[in-house]
Design a protein around this ligand. Sequence first.
Ligand code: NAP
Length: 327
Amino acid sequence: MKKNVVLYKKLSAELMTRLQQQAEVVLIEDPKKPDGLARLRDALPQAHGLLGASLKLDAGLLDLAPQLEAIASVSVGVDNYDLDYLTKRGILLSNTPDVLTETTADTGFALLMATARRVVELADWVRAGQWQKSVGSAHFGSDVHGKTLGIVGMGRIGEALAQRGHFGFGMPILYHSHSRKPQVEERFGAGYRSLDALLEEADFVCLTLPLTAETEGLIGAEQFARMGPQTIFVNISRGKVVDEQALIAALQNGVIRAAGLDVFEKEPLPADSPLLRLSNVVATPHIGSATHETREAMARCAVENLLTALAGQRPADLVNPAVWAKR
Ligand code: NAP
């Protein structure tokens, strides 16, 4: 008999067909709206598998799904899940690493370039018809090439960012991570630093670490004070790694020069956020992996992870291997 899958993210026709060949599928298109949430709650008691993204699946919801065997998240970040709870219940959680690494690094570099060269601010200025003579120093930006790139969280995305900075722009690379990465040091000539030293030395500080209990609020007023007034800060990890009020104060008071932000404490970013009134901010709507090709590759990866788990096999991208070890 086919197992029941609740899908809380729309798939391409090809992937939907693939999933439906193996499972009975219920699609909940908008689980964050009251109607969608009610339908999700109705579907959970029958669910053996869940597939989707960007939804906080806490115990309050998952307790409604006593038959649940596996969740396939269409993301690499797993901060929307309570890993201890899932592991205690024996539910396999998988994610979609690797397939989004290069695209997310592209986004990080786009933010870094746009912020340093004031691309959005000046493009808006041109569009508003204000370009009436050659620009002067009031409109100059900062160089990117040759400047020091500091990467906090030297994992897959951090490394792809280092590759762009080192080989593309001749940037000296500094990094901070849990552990030293000899292959990164060798390949990019990267230097390991404590977090404080990196913040003090780097011209660009880019966050590429996961949101965990340990990293929540990692960058606050004290850390911004360690950066210099010319420092450009880029966050493509998760909003809550940063104390957003402290970031706003640092940007308003010239403690740092500018910020390129893809992620925020609250998403969607509220329209009255002070960040949207600052000309030294480039804000994008959490588009790290949002290209046609990469989102399809992520969805494919999640479908295969889920079908593998529901077939009683170990999914390739298992996040909580302790569940498997107990079997
Ligand atoms: P990854 O390969 O697991 O890399 C994360 C790195 O962070 C690891 O190298 C880890 O160090 C380091 N790290 C973890 N906790 C740390 C801490 N407390 N202090 C210092 N370093 C720490 O993950 P990834 O694939 O690169 O993805 C990273 C994150 O990017 C994801 O978790 C997600 O939140 C975010 N992301 C955002 C978007 C977007 O749309 N903006 C898209 C994709 C991913 P060790 O290796 O030493 O343990």
